[in-house]
Write a protein that binds this ligand. Sequence first.
Ligand code: NAI
Length: 358
Amino acid sequence: MKVLAILYNGFKSAVQEPRLLGTVENKLGLDKWLASRGHELIVSSDKEGPNSDFQKHIADAEVLITTPFHPGYLTREVMEKAKNLKICVTAGVGSDHIDLNAAVDHKIQVLEVTGSNVVSVAEHVVMDILALVRNFVPAHEMIERGDWQVSDIARNAYDLEGKVVGTIGAGRIGYRVLQRLVPFDCKELLYYDYTQLPAEREQAVKARRVEDIEQFVSECDVVTVNAPLHEGTRGLINEKLLSKFKPGAWLVNTARGAICDQDAVVAALKSGQLRGYAGDVWNVQPAPKDHPWRTMKNPLGGGNGMTPHYSGTTLDAQARYAAGTKKILENYFDGKEQNPADVIVGIGAWATKAYGQR
Ligand code: NAI
């Protein structure tokens, strides 16, 4: 059986650090095991355009493995060429790089390693919130430059205590963010999700659900996005919604770049409507060198907490999603039932409610 894996290059780092499992070099630790079972493994980072390794090998692969960190975009058009494809495995969480409706139509299963990196991302969200609210990045850059002017930093630095923080999406990551914020004594924790949390889970973090998104953002000092990318969330945070935010709010998005409108975010930060924007996800990955989110700033020259997409690919997370990928493949080869929580699209049918209300 042919297994195609699209992973990111690790180069020298992957040679020096074998725990960087999700790289082309270290092949999710699957190569010897797959060979011992008589399967062929093709691994590449070359994923763009009709002559890429991705499009060449997808034509006869039965299994596709990709990571959201360097996604092979499986559009309906590419899927039509993939005559043998039966199963796509996301080594991580978030399968929006696959046209999931097309996967239903083509009876291609889509699974992800649910939960594998949700703590990794939740920790990153808390870090990004603190970095923005406390104005950390400009403070550190000042020190590296050799300057020392406390007032220039302090004029835009606040405490998280007493602020209202809300999450769009209160699933595995969103809920863990709320849990981690409890000791900060925020004024209130809010969530916006079409799925209501069970009363005891709401109570455990003292979170209040707001059902109208404009009302929700107008109440938040900090908004964090923790919902998957799908038809209902693509471009959700656009010029109109940003105008309903509290003036000077902070926005953290580690879910997917395309949930926020690129130019509307730049404009909101520039005008000060947003005081800061942070996250690790981009509408195109890798982000081009001149992507405006790399250098956008608020009127005081700060408010940018962007990083490359790495919150869910810590070494701890890589060990978990590599093991989870192997387990999914093992179940598939042996005809065993998959863990239901891992199944996004089953054979010809949606298996989750997290990717939009249908
Ligand atoms: P989950 O499936 O546990 O939770 C998602 C929640 O979002 C669900 O409660 C769902 O009802 C809610 N939701 C869906 N559409 C919504 C909408 N239109 N408005 C409000 N809520 C909505 O998923 P989990 O594990 O929390 O992951 C969420 C997303 O985070 C992933 O789909 C992925 O895109 C992203 N992610 C990012 C990573 C990174 O490295 N930056 C790593 C892992 C996940």
